[in-house]
Design a protein. Sequence first.
Length: 665
Amino acid sequence: MTKQEYKDLVETLTVYSDAYYKENKSLISDFEFDLMMMECKKTEKEHPEWVASDAITQIVGSDLVSNDGNVTHHVPMLSIEDVFLKEDVVCWVEKVLHEHPDAIFSVEEKIDGTSATLRYQKNSDSGMDLVMVESRGDGYVGVNKTYLAPAVEDIRTSLNEAFDYLEIRGEVYMKHDNFNRYNEQMEEEGKKTAANARNLASGTFNLNDPEEAEKRGLNMFIFNVQDGPKDMMQSHIKALEYLNKKYGIPVVKYYKCHTAQEVLTAIDAIGESRGNLSYDIDGAVVKIDQIAYRDDFSSAAKYSTGHIAYKYPPEEKETVVTGIELQVGRTGRITPVAVMQPIHLCGTTVTHATLHNQDFINELGIDVGCSVAVFKSGEIIPKIKTVSKSTGTIYQIPDVCPVCGGHVKKEIDTADYRCTNPSCKAQLFRNIIHFASRDCMNIKGLGKELIETLINAGYVSNYTDLYRLKEFRQELVNSGIIGRDKNTDNILQNIEATKENPPTTLLGSLGILNVGISTAKSLMKSFSSIDEIAAASVEELMQVDDIGETTAGNIVDFFHDSQTAKLYFELKEHGLKTYVPDNEKKEQTLTGMTICITGSLNHYKNRKELQNLLEERGAKVTGSVSSKTTVLINNDITSNSGKNRDAKKYGLPIMDEETFTNTYL
DNA sequence: GTTAACGAAGGCATTAATGA
DNA sequence: TCATTAATGCCTTCGTTAAC
């Protein structure tokens, strides 16, 4: 592409994008738009010197909405790790103070609603406009909810501020008044009422109709500045105060604390005020005020660093176990579930609670007919706490599968009971559900019920059969199993579409024991195709990170068992991708490097993006600095953060993005 | 035009197994 | 021993389509 052609392409894209965002008109299909955008970005990679800072591809918020309305978050929207004991709060606070004696804490109400992020961008009159409202989704990719901004009273559509970019996150919730009004009206109209304010808020934030949403009434408390000018990225509390004072934006109520004792006092104060608030809260969040310190306290990947949430003790009630159901999972594991006389707990009716396994049953002494104390763990999941009146006997999981009548055996050294019949219908059924689920192949529209229907009608008995369904299209339409023409074709098309899924997804969906998407990723880093994995020995597989003897054995078993291996080879024949073609592969220039990234980035949307890029080229990206780390990427190379100190301790290079890019990319 | 059925989405938790 | 992952589970509301 010549420079002029690139410029023309950028201009065309800008026209389409403006029409879409500002006038709600689609001049071309989303698919075509995405293609052009990809082309444009590819060129920009080859010729970074052509890129203007205001080019459409550089504008945060414009290139993020895919054709199904999904938005990749600029900063991931992770959840906060919950703790249920005050001792744990004290422990965490002291750990932070030990590392940073001057740390300050913000203790905040944890609003019970649904999380959302707002992006603001500089406009031409030196102010800022709201360009995007996005829901949380899976934490990395959410849904574009910009059209609902007018329905949320507290969202400002413009700010009189000349920052280049501002991203704030908060909780969308429903006030009790609005919730009660909604339910009164539903009752008047003889319609179903909503169970609680959180669910109604979450449901309302899901509506496609902004007017209906506005009628119901939503509010929002801001609880974080995700990204913005340097001044706002230092003290969390100061940033919240600024937003509140300057714009009257409602921010979450917080207490500024310096010691563990002060934190506990604040938690108690919030707990006591709970009953008098006009909205629901489900805990108290403790955050480190100094944003720079947050990354020094590592946590699991799904949690934000530098935050914990204290959960107040939940409501508890008594009921009677009226039965125990046995569920057979896709691996054959038998899970007992208690059926109870319905009780009302935290705004919902509770009838079921999992019993996990025989050990759990034995420990509590559960049997049909006993009385139990039930609470909602985390205020969501019903859980039996104790048996208050025993029957004198304890339930025993039978040795016959409740579905196929096959033999049920207790696994040695585990708490699991498994149905040993490999053609057990329940297992096949669950296997297909797993294969089709969102986290695996993501076959849209193919859910539990439809799969069951297809199995019962004899069309499928395993996931490979799904790719044969199209041969029976007319028959299916005639019988109306999936609905009529339109529905049938939709499902068939969605199945076909999954043939384009990357091999990693396929490998993770096959149902190999202990191999999910994450393990599949590790495997595909070391092997060039699933075929190669199928041919590998236990020893070879064990060379891969995260693969031990058991998992390696499971993989070998899967590809050596004639039945399961056949499933895989049939999928391959149907045209599913089992390797990444050479021309789509990235050069493995970073093999052997262990890289840690910290702090905020300038050239990449977020750390995840840089991480993906490094991983594609063979590097290992970790969350902490150790003696095995090759390099630490941090734009603030002089900071005194824990990671910088560790890097210095081990004598490792600390590079900013630019230096790193110039040296290695 | 209304209703029923089903799946998706959005919120989550727990346990056991695994790997380091 | 610790951190992570896989597998399983629970509840509510909305959207879509087909059927009545």
